[in-house]
Design a protein around this ligand. Structure first.
Ligand code: UD1
Ligand code: CA
Length: 435
């Protein structure tokens, strides 16, 4: 179907009380992006006319969504006078004849999974699935092979509660159906809300064509609680990992690896077990060893970990980062930092070795300062580099040195130590002879 012939409305105005959170439900994240982001992303692949209905925390929603997409229409729901999913549809003026309505809490939806709604012709197409445990969902009452109505859990009688066919929460309506039935909805139900789902029974009574589409939970799962959120995350992670493995990334024990939407891999990469890679990180021809965390960083032709932490805006090339090394906002090219270091707000150039226990002291309690380290520098173990500091090319810093002056010139040795004293027989005087 032509992208210009389909309108999509995404309902995102609800509070999501079952999440027990001060944050609006649709802003909770799956693989690092708000749930609503994932739904809009899928929607844009099939439509150029996308409306998001907002009310609760509307400013936060607008701001977050505008950060990712610039062509979304926002419509405000009068949630006080017209609460509920039917109330949310009150002010909608769809551009096109066919209108797809999506609940905003279905982050696993894909454009492929929506094809059935586009290809089927009917006045109403609705999504159903069968669940062993249907709790939380609206039950779909089918008689004589025809959908009669949807009964919300809170309004259902015992017989209806036993129905395992449920409303998945995505519908395609003809614009005429919406214009006719949305104004007719009533709020006489257990929740005192205007239910979009009541359009079904009203339209059925008038003999309209209603086609149920059988869909799968893997794409149509709704997120109401933090348990649903965690379960949906697992499905999304499985998808992201499978995608990258198909692209050539080697993953050891993939189910223990977390990779956010937005992370990219190039060439042949290895990710060992228990790693976490977030934000818009780029990993190119590199090995990320066990239990490392990489946040919003670039790693090229390098090996990182085990147990290393690259914090945002780190850029690592031709570099070895070993265990217990933390890097933040730093560029390291052709460097070895093998053990137990903090390198923050720094640039380190080719051929430089950062010894065990080296710390860039980048913060004086008020401001952050830069450390610049040139080529072929040897920074001895347990040195502190008190920023702002520049270490030129070809410098040796002796182990245990605290570098405080602004610049160490090329070719120098920097050393700050108290002279070693060795006091003969002190041990025996203090402890006595033990053997
Ligand atoms: C809804 C359906 C239910 C279905 C389920 C599928 C109704 C009445 N019930 O129930 O039959 O099985 O989805 O997941 O539609 N929203 C608004 N404005 C509001 C209330 C909600 O925009 O006033 C939005 C929410 O932000 C959410 C979506 O609509 O994204 C669905 O609301 P939710 O409260 O989760 O509905 P369910 O109880 O899950
Ligand atoms: Ca829901």
């Amino acid at each position: 179907m032509d992208k210009n012939k389909l309108s999509i409305v995404i309902l995102a105005a609800g509070k999501g009380s079952r999440m027990k959170s001060p944050k609006a439900k649709v802003l909770h994240t799956i693989s690092g992006k708000p749930m609503l982001y994932h739904i809009i992303k899928a929607s844009r692949e099939i439509s150029n006319d996308i409306t998001v209905v907002i009310a609760h925390q509307k400013e936060a929603l607008k701001e977050q969504i505008s950060h990712y997409f610039d062509d979304i229409h926002f419509v405000e729901q009068d949630a006080i006078n017209y609460p509920g999913t039917g109330g949310a549809m009150k002010n909608i003026n769809a551009k096109n004849e066919k209108v797809l309505v999506l609940n905003g809490d279905m982050p696993l939806i894909t454009s492929q999974a929506l094809q059935g709604f586009i290809q089927t012709q009917a006045e109403i197409i609705m999504s159903i699935f069968d669940l062993e445990d249907p709790s939380g969902y609206g039950r779909v009452i089918i008689e004589d092979g025809q959908v009669q109505k949807i009964v919300e859990q809170k309004d259902a009688n015992d017989a209806e509660l036993r129905v395992t066919t449920v409303n998945a929460g995505i519908y395609a309506f003809s614009r005429d159906i919406l214009n006719k039935y949305i104004p007719l909805l009533s709020n006489e139900n257990a929740q005192g809300e205007y239910y979009l789902t009541d359009v079904i029974s009203l339209a059925r009574k008038d003999g309209c064509s209603i086609v149920p589409l059988l869909v799968d939970e893997e794409h149509f799962k709704g997120v109401n609680s933090k348990i649903d959120l965690a379960q949906s995350e697992m499905i999304m992670q499985e998808r992201i990992r499978s995608h990258w493995m198909a692209e050539g990334v080697i993953m050891q024990l993939p189910e223990t690896i977390y990779i956010e939407e937005g992370v990219r891999f190039e060439g042949e990469c290895v990710v060992e077990n228990n790693c976490r890679i977030t934000g818009e990180s780029l990993i190119s021809n590199s090995i990320i060893k066990s239990s490392s965390v990489i946040e919003e960083s670039i790693v090229k032709d390098s090996d990182v970990g085990p147990l290393a932490h690259l914090r945002p805006a780190s850029h690592i090339e031709d570099t070895h980062i070993g265990n217990f090394v933390e890097v933040k906002k730093a560029t390291l090219k052709g460097v070895k930092a093998g053990h137990l270091s903090y390198i923050g707000d720094a640039t380190v150039d080719k051929g430089t070795n950062i010894g065990a226990g080296v710390i860039t002291c980048n913060y004086d309690g008020i401001k952050k300062y830069q450390t610049v380290i040139g080529k072929n520098v040897f920074v001895g173990s347990d040195s502190q580099l008190v920023a702002p500091v520049t270490i030129e090319d070809d410098v040796m810093i002796a182990a245990g040195t605290t570098v405080t002056s602004g610049t160490i010139e090329s070719g120098s040795l920097a050393i700050s130590r108290t002279k070693l004293r060795s006091i003969k027989d002190f041990y025996y005087k203090f402890f006595g002879k033990k053997s």
